[in-house]
Structure formats: C-alpha cells, structure tokens
Design a protein around this ligand. Sequence first.
Ligand SMILES: [Zn+2]
Length: 75
Amino acid sequence: MTDKNCKNCNGTEIYSNEVSANGRLGGLGSMLLPIKDFDAAKFNLRVCGSCGFTEWFVPERFLANVKETFYKEPN
Ligand SMILES: [Zn+2]
C-alpha cells in the first residue's frame, strides 16, 4: 500500500479495522471470502472519515489461502 490517502477525496483521516468476512448478522453468514478455514477469514476495511470511501483488503496472512482457493486470472 503506497498511497495512504483516500483515493476519492485525497483525505488523510482514514479509519481501519478487521471485520469478519463471513458476517454472522441475522444468522445467515454472507460468505464474502470463501476460503478454507473461512470461519477465520477477515477483511481489513479502510474507511475515509471525510467522504466514506471504503476499501477492502484481504489481510496478508490469508493471501496464500486465497491463492489455493481462487482462480488466477490470465495476465
Ligand atoms: Zn475520502
């Protein structure tokens, strides 16, 4: 991540947190990141405090798992 500023408004007030990728809201988990060991899967969410622009990242420790589970797009 080289550019820490908001990509929408160039704001610098960014809030981030890790959130569960299989949200348990309402009991039916929406599987946003279907990887092995998906119970532990999390996203790192960055939200701009000025305009609300949101970015989702898969934390680095899950990337190997994603590579096993997802299809790599051709270059
Ligand atoms: Zn912004």
